[in-house]
Design a protein. Structure first.
Length: 385
């Protein structure tokens, strides 16, 4: 097992040299990896070359084909390249996710390696010189715009799970933006999905969170709620939600974390992961039993007392979780919205906008014709429903 792990690490972090030349960097790659670089940079007329010929041509062509890639950069990638260029092509404390290393490698920009026993990331010397001699990194005016677009998209995916590209643009692109800006927006997102791995663009340009298990199913659920607008969020809320590693720790969320930490031998990171996994399941529309099943992947439920306590915590968590099928509302928010609208308009709200609220006592979803859980004696649909 250790031998296999060592070989895997050698493939990911091969021995390297510094300064690193394009010939040495590209020479360690497979023909398939070289082809990926050619394709990503849209370098034509090289498909007939053998590996050595491809290495030689790419060494010449990569720098002059990077402008479109750089134009898609946000602040994170832009600052990283500036830092490495300033350090003459060396980054001796790399801290990226796997797909981010792959992103830069598949564009011929950065290469992982091991130097004097340490993991490093190097930029070929020819590319360092090119960046220093040209204004490609010095005059990148779209960084702030790209950063905002990507962050807003990630925030919208957190709350809505899936949107059509038209819906997404309607949330982000202003009315004054022209068709060119719309095309640039799509290019930015297609590029960013490969770097951040937080959202994906599927068939028919359906943009969805990577944790959305059934985007088409969510869209079908929403089609039953055409009279329900998306839950509103401010721009600042979306930007905050789109920050890396953002977690919305509500009171029910923290209650679950505290309970698990108190009752089980589990560290804070795993307790947080348990709660987040349950939230993700609720967003996807999982049942109460399914969400409890997610918790059982982390903890045992040894007796009825613990089962009841966990169930109560999960009911509160699910009722407060903003769910994708109901357009970013939590069930309790949507019920409150419908009650308010009913009082305002003095009419029974539409069935197509119902929220699946779970009764804390019975742990079951409340039907529209069931007695209301508030104890009024009225049917749910004519009271809190």
């Amino acid at each position: 097992m250790t031998m296999k792990l060592n070989k895997a690490m050698e493939r990911l972090w091969p021995q390297t040299t510094y300064p690193l030349s394009f010939a040495d960097a590209l020479g360690t790659l497979s023909k398939q990896q070289l082809t990926s670089i050619r394709t990503n940079l849209r370098i034509s007329n090289l498909s007939s070359l053998n590996k050595q010929g491809l290495v030689e041509k790419l060494s010449e062509k990569i720098p002059e084909h990077l402008s479109e890639v750089i134009n898609c950069f946000d602040n994170s990638r832009y600052k990283l390249l500036l830092k490495i260029v300033k350090n003459d092509g060396m980054w001796d404390k790399p801290l990226l996710e796997f797909q981010q290393y792959e992103y830069f490698l598949e564009r011929g920009i950065l290469f992982r390696g091991t130097l004097e026993g340490k993991h490093v990331v190097c930029m070929p010397a020819e590319l360092v010189a090119y960046f220093k001699e040209t204004a490609l990194l010095q005059e990148h005016s779209n960084v702030s715009r790209n950063t905002e677009w990507i962050r807003l998209t990630q925030g919208l995916m957190l709350y809505y799970g899936v949107l059509t590209m038209d819906e997404l643009q309607a949330f982000i692109i202003t009315e004054t933006d022209d068709e060119f800006v719309g095309r640039a927006f799509i290019d930015i997102l297609f590029d960013a999905q490969n770097y951040y791995d937080t959202f994906t663009i599927g068939e028919e340009q359906l943009v969805s969170s990577v944790i959305c298990e059934d985007p088409d199913g969510i869209m079908k659920e929403r089609s039953l709620r055409n009279d329900l607008d998306f839950c509103p969020f401010t721009k600042q809320q979306l930007l905050k939600a789109g920050e890396p590693e953002y977690v919305e720790r509500t009171t029910p969320y923290m209650n679950l974390v505290r309970f698990v930490l108190h009752r089980y031998e589990i560290d804070r990171e795993d307790a947080d992961l348990l709660a987040q996994s349950c939230v993700d399941a609720a967003k996807n529309g999982s049942s109460l039993a399914e969400v409890i099943g997610v918790a059982k992947d982390f903890i045992e439920i040894p007796n009825l007392e613990t089962a009841n306590a966990i169930t109560n915590l999960m009911v509160a968590l699910m009722n407060s979780t903003k769910q994708w099928a109901i357009k970013g509302y939590s069930p309790e928010e949507l019920s409150a919205k419908r009650t308010s609208a009913s009082l305002l308009l003095n009419q029974v709200p539409s069935q197509t906008a119902k929220a699946d609220v779970i009764d804390l006592q019975t742990r079951k979803k409340i039907g529209r014709n069931d007695p209301c859980s508030c104890g009024s004696g009225k049917k749910f649909k004519k009271c809190c429903g």
